[in-house]
Design a protein around this ligand. Structure first.
Ligand SMILES: *[C@@H]1O[C@H](CO)[C@@H](O)[C@H](O)[C@H]1NC(C)=O
Ligand SMILES: *[C@@H]1O[C@H](CO)[C@@H](O)[C@H](O)[C@H]1NC(C)=O
Ligand SMILES: *[C@@H]1O[C@H](CO)[C@@H](O)[C@H](O)[C@H]1NC(C)=O
Ligand SMILES: *[C@@H]1O[C@H](CO)[C@@H](O)[C@H](O)[C@H]1NC(C)=O
Ligand SMILES: *[C@@H]1O[C@H](CO)[C@@H](O)[C@H](O)[C@H]1NC(C)=O
Ligand SMILES: *[C@@H]1O[C@H](CO)[C@@H](O)[C@H](O)[C@H]1NC(C)=O
Ligand SMILES: *[C@@H]1O[C@H](CO)[C@@H](O)[C@H](O)[C@H]1NC(C)=O
Length: 323
């Protein structure tokens, strides 16, 4: 009995921190010791010119993982055997960061040829993007392999849309092993980045056919958003910050804005319309460290969804084409 409990404790304390399924926290320690530095430097350099890039990388990683797993399929260009997920509705004319991932991959290849998958690079890029904008840092198990194909149908059906009700979005998370708390905490990624006007315009002018703005949207915010997104098609691609208070800083102000009826997307504000999620939002609005801790935990969990490991898949030479 005593020996049994000692070995259980040993397993929990010693083995668990380094291995998650087939993924390993020390996967690249000897194979590519400078990997994190290379990824961080690539993003840091890009941010000097384009502060939006951090949010774009975070979104790209989410779109990769939530549709057929974190296996780099979102990075693939169309080929003779498959369509590109870049052309799926949630990505077309909005997914960004592909060139930067390709550049970082080229730099990684110089340091450690044929060793680091694009799926791992994108996973690290999302964490570094959060860290470099002032957000939390979390440990990541590595060793993802790259998929051999893309699936535009999965990208079209599995990625949550800002027009969907909370139940539908939650269902898309739960089928991937994520839960309601992950929905809320990962929505906190909208503390950085921008949305195109078309993603929330119905809330400004004709909410559910009422001919009026969404009553759940703060009235003075509605007026100012109507100025940036006038009711005509040519304003559809104008950009509005998802967190207008601290747009480039990863903090918990997004949640405070939801409490104030100032969420931009209908799917953001909807988190206040369900008692369970509203309580979580209020928690995160009050306790920035709770948000930081939970965000890291949910991101680590997201990054294990549908991974390919071992001898399956491949390590791509270039992220936009299979070898
Ligand atoms: C890691 O980077 C340092 C410089 O930052 C360099 O001196 C060292 O050789 C690199 N190590 C490997 C294994 O590439
Ligand atoms: C700077 O960022 C813009 C996008 O915001 C991009 O079009 C341009 O190529 C970037 N310039 C450099 C030097 O990276
Ligand atoms: C592509 O994704 C869809 C939706 O998830 C799924 O039904 C289909 O089987 C997938 N196709 C392939 C070839 O994996
Ligand atoms: C939500 O899901 C239900 C059931 O799957 C579906 O019938 C409905 O069209 C979805 N709503 C939206 C807005 O996507
Ligand atoms: C939320 O509303 C309160 C009361 O109007 C205001 O004092 C506070 O600054 C607002 N917070 C944010 C983050 O908008
Ligand atoms: C949610 O809260 C409202 C009032 O705030 C209450 O009327 C309702 O019963 C609650 N629903 C659940 C499921 O707790
Ligand atoms: C709010 O946070 C406290 C810890 O600060 C936790 O005990 C409680 O369960 C949280 N409530 C929700 C709904 O997440």
């Amino acid at each position: 009995m005593q020996r049994f409990s000692i070995s259980v404790v040993f397993y929990l304390l010693i083995l668990r921190p380094f291995v998650y399924g087939q993924l390993d926290y020390r996967f690249y320690d000897s194979k590519c010791p400078n990997l994190t530095k290379i990824v961080r430097f690539g993003i840091w350099s890009a941010m000097a010119n384009d502060t939006r890039i951090a949010a774009s990388l975070l979104r790209l990683h989410f779109h990769d993982c939530i549709s057929n797993g974190c296996e780099g399929s979102v990075l693939l260009d169309a080929s003779s055997s498959f369509q590109s997920e870049k052309d799926a509705n949630p990505n077309r004319n909005s997914a960004r960061g592909f060139e930067l991932i390709d550049t970082i991959k080229a730099n990684v290849e110089k340091a450690c040829p044929s060793t680091v998958s694009c799926a791992d690079i994108l996973t690290l890029a999302a964490r570094e993007a959060v860290f470099l904008t002032g957000g939390p840092y979390w440990s990541l198990a590595m060793g993802r392999r790259d998929g051999l194909t893309a699936n535009i149908t999965a990208a079209n059906t599995d990625i949550p849309s800002p027009f969907e009700p909370l139940e539908n979005i939650t269902a898309k998370f739960t089928t991937k092993g994520l839960n309601l708390n992950d929905v809320v905490v990962l929505s906190g990624a909208h503390t950085i980045g921008f949305a195109q006007c078309f993603t929330f315009k119905p809330r400004l002018f004709d909410f559910h056919g009422s001919g009026a703005p969404d009553p759940q949207l703060d009235a003075s915010l509605a007026t100012s958003l109507q100025g940036v997104c006038p009711n005509q098609d040519d304003s559809d691609t104008n950009l509005v910050p998802l967190d207008a208070v601290t747009t480039t800083k990863f903090d918990n102000i997004y949640f405070k804005r939801l409490v104030n009826n100032s969420g931009i997307l209908g799917s953001d504000q909807a988190l206040m319309s369900d008692n369970r999620t509203a309580q979580m939002v209020i928690n995160y609005s009050k306790f920035p460290f709770l948000f930081a801790k939970d965000f890291g935990a949910s991101m680590a969990k997201l990054s294990t969804v549908g991974v390919i490991t071992g001898q399956d898949g491949q390590v791509r030479n270039k992220c936009n084409v299979v070898n």
